[in-house]
Write a protein of this length. Structure first.
Length: 169
């Protein structure tokens, strides 16, 4: 699947136009995108390949993506899982974060999607590298309980944030 250091992501969305637009947008940012239109198709692709990031729509013909998110979190615990969805109610967003989502992007996304995904990938690699360095130094890996994190918005965004992610409390 990989021929270079090009990031590779799996994008799940039931709308063909959205899949094509996101695939083109991310390709222009140097990101290779595999697309799926159902949860089951996404799971089959995810279990057969390795991805740097998972980008999931919320509502699909075969259900919502929260269970898939939880399954992906078990499959690839160190990879970012990002929701790109019009389902932005606080209760749905909480379900997504409880299932293991790393960030939530609201549709329609008005920012630079390619740059946002690249930033999430860079942040993920830094976090993984820091954990690995600590593990080597201490010979013990300490994983903080999930409840010691809180959802935050980017500091430079206004009240109508497009991105929600986690930060240590």
């Amino acid at each position: 699947m990989r021929s270079s250091n090009q990031p590779v992501i799996l994008f799940l969305d039931d709308d063909q136009d959205t899949r094509e637009l996101v695939q083109l947008t991310l390709a222009l940012a140097g990101i290779r995108v595999y697309c799926a239109k159902t949860r089951s198709e996404a799971w089959d692709i995810a279990t057969a390949n390795r991805f740097d990031l998972y980008l999931l729509d919320g509502k699909l013909p075969d259900g919502d993506s929260c269970q898939l998110c939880a399954d992906l979190r078990e499959l690839a615990p160190d990879k970012p899982i990002v929701f790109l969805s019009a389902l932005v109610s606080p209760s749905y967003m909480q379900r997504a974060f409880d299932a293991g989502a790393s960030a939530f992007l609201k549709k329609p996304f008005m920012g630079n999607l390619g740059e946002e995904i690249l930033q999430l990938l860079r942040s993920s690699k830094r976090a993984t590298r820091e954990v690995n360095e600590d593990f080597v130094q201490d010979s013990v890996q300490i994983i903080e309980p999930f409840d010691k994190f809180e959802r935050t918005a980017n500091a430079d965004d206004d009240a109508d944030d497009d991105v929600v992610s986690f930060a240590k409390r």
